[in-house]
Design a protein around this ligand. Structure first.
Ligand code: F6R
Ligand code: MG
Ligand code: MG
Length: 365
């Protein structure tokens, strides 16, 4: 059967500050999706959170970008926002009201990753959900999973993967998509995807049969006065096994906590820390950036799971390394590369300070 997996997320209010999610919000979302399941709109659902971001995971048969499903998510976020307002949670509903459908790019707002596929005999998927970073954070792990034979042994020894994968990359400044065929265009691809705040991997398909392998959320990559402000706490769906990377190959890249943009005020670089569902509450300097991994087996559209995939001591070293890196980066204070380049910061006082100092800049003769 053909099933659609839709992951739609939004920040509807933080508890406390931007650090986490109030349990009542999760309950309201579950109730809303449960009604939709009873009514036949959804086959199945799950609700998780990473930090202050609420993730609605839904299966159905309506295909990608189905109005009914998006409206269900929107209405669910609105219900959650009502409660968030009552509890005066931090930033309650701000994203929804001022941002989501208005084209205003300030704040976060809903993000979407969806894929429709023919369910295999057994179909394992991993859904990654992040907080305090941007979709560019997926470039490094996606390259490792689908492009690096030192990470994914299957690229070398599985006949079904040996032809490689196609990487669809979005230029967020030009709003254009370019496709790279790996492995033969690997060097060309790396020129671009290494610049992860500019070129973002949107999706990956298997070259031999065009089967969808991975999809990231890139909806909120917008500009305000020519400035990209897309640090919207992204999600990523990856299919695993039988001609895709094995579950362990999908998770392996996260043993290295690479540096990503989005820590404190969306204006700092920090290590991407893989954590359990329970510890996805970024509280130190509003971070460091987090990622959780929810594993499911899809069975006739039903979500069998989740398994908390980073709840494994084999990720302890990555977490320890991330903490050491966080100490190291924090000691840079306002200096780059901890702080982002001036043009990439979400918060800035530059125009005002520059104006104040007008006239004091003298030509260097
Ligand atoms: C939110 C985030 C936070 C905030 C910071 C300041 O996702 O990254 O670091 O930017 O807490 O928030 P305000 O300006 O709302 O006080
Ligand atoms: Mg928030
Ligand atoms: Mg967030």
């Amino acid at each position: 059967m053909k099933v659609t997996l839709s992951v739609i997320k939004a920040d509807v209010g933080g508890y406390v500050g931007h650090s986490s999610m109030h349990p009542e919000i999760v309950d309201i979302a579950k109730e809303s999706l449960s009604l939709a399941k009873t009514g036949g709109k959804l086959i199945d659902y799950d609700v998780l959170h990473c930090g202050d971001d609420l993730d609605l995971i839904m299966t159905h048969t309506m295909g990608e970008e189905a109005g009914e499903i998006h409206k269900l998510a929107w209405d669910t976020f609105v219900k959650c926002t009502e409660k968030a307002k009552e509890l005066k949670l931090y930033g309650a509903g701000q994203d929804l009201l001022s941002d989501a459908f208005s084209g205003n790019v300030k704040g976060l707002g809903p993000g979407v990753a969806e894929m429709e596929f023919e369910e295999r005999r057994s179909d394992p998927v991993i859904i990654f959900m992040a907080d305090k970073t941007s979709p560019g954070a997926w470039n490094f792990p996606l390259y490792k999973m689908f492009g690096d034979p030192f990470n994914t042994a299957g690229l070398v020894i599985d006949p079904h993967m040996h032809d490689g994968f196609l990487f669809n990359v979005l230029d967020v400044y030009e709003n254009k998509i370019v496709t790279f065929s790996l492995p033969e265009e690997l060097y060309d691809a790396l020129v671009f995807i290494g610049a992860m705040e500019h070129y973002i991997i949107k999706s990956i398909v298997r070259k031999s049969d065009n089967e969808i392998a991975a999809v990231s959320s890139t909806q909120k990559l917008n500009f305000l006065a020519g400035k990209y402000v897309g640090k919207d706490d992204p999600v990523l769906i990856v299919r695993a096994q039988s001609g895709f990377p094995a579950v362990g190959e999908v998770l392996e890249p996260f043993t290295f906590p690479h540096l990503v943009a989005g820590w404190m005020r969306g204006s700092h670089m920090g290590p991407f820390m893989p954590v359990t569902f329970k510890t996805a509450n970024p509280s130190r300097f509003d971070g460091p950036p987090r990622v959780i991994a929810a594993g499911y087996q899809i069975a006739e559209g039903k979500l069998i799971g989740p398994r908390d995939m980073f709840d494994d001591p084999s990720f302890d070293n990555a977490r320890a390394m991330a903490n050491d890196m966080a100490d190291y980066m924090r000691r840079h204070g306002s200096f780059e590369p901890h702080r982002l380049p001036l043009e990439d910061m979400e918060y800035t006082t530059l125009p005002e300070v520059k104006k104040k100092l007008e006239g004091r800049f003298k030509t260097n003769e």
